[in-house]
Design a protein around this ligand. Structure first.
Ligand SMILES: [Zn+2]
Ligand SMILES: [Zn+2]
Length: 129
């Protein structure tokens, strides 16, 4: 006598999780397409131009690093090529100004509108003591 049971074992991945994932992918695609419509296809950092299929190498960077903040006017977006985008994130946010200062540390190209001016003084103080 066979004791085979016919129970319902779902052999598919959780449909809810799949839906969430799909939704996220779709949203990313949407803001990328919108950014490509608003901005010229040029990397904002290195100035390389992209066209045709190569535009795949152009990515959307979020200026405040918040991927959920996507204003339709594109004010939080920046088009960066994959290389510069990688660079941008590995440098971190604070390194942005630090990188630009000269080794001497006294010359600053445009110091009048820098939110980190105080922070720099603090760091310099630490170094000297
Ligand atoms: Zn670039
Ligand atoms: Zn980014």
């Amino acid at each position: 006598m066979s004791s085979k049971k016919t129970n319902f074992e779902p052999d598919r991945p959780d449909p809810v999780m799949a839906e969430v994932r799909h939704d996220r992918e779709r949203r990313e695609k949407t803001y990328r397409e919108r950014a490509l419509k608003i901005f010229p296809w040029i990397c904002a950092l290195c100035g390389r131009e992209f066209s045709g299929k190569r535009v795949r190498e152009l990515t959307v960077h979020h200026k405040d690093h918040n991927h959920d903040y996507n204003p339709p006017d594109g004010s939080n977006w920046e088009l960066l090529c994959i290389y510069c985008h990688d660079n941008e994130h590995s440098r971190g946010q604070v390194a942005e100004w630090y990188d630009e200062t000269t080794p001497a540390g006294r010359q600053e190209p445009s110091s009048d509108n820098r939110p980190f001016a105080n922070l720099k003084d603090l760091l310099a103080d630490k170094k000297n003591s």
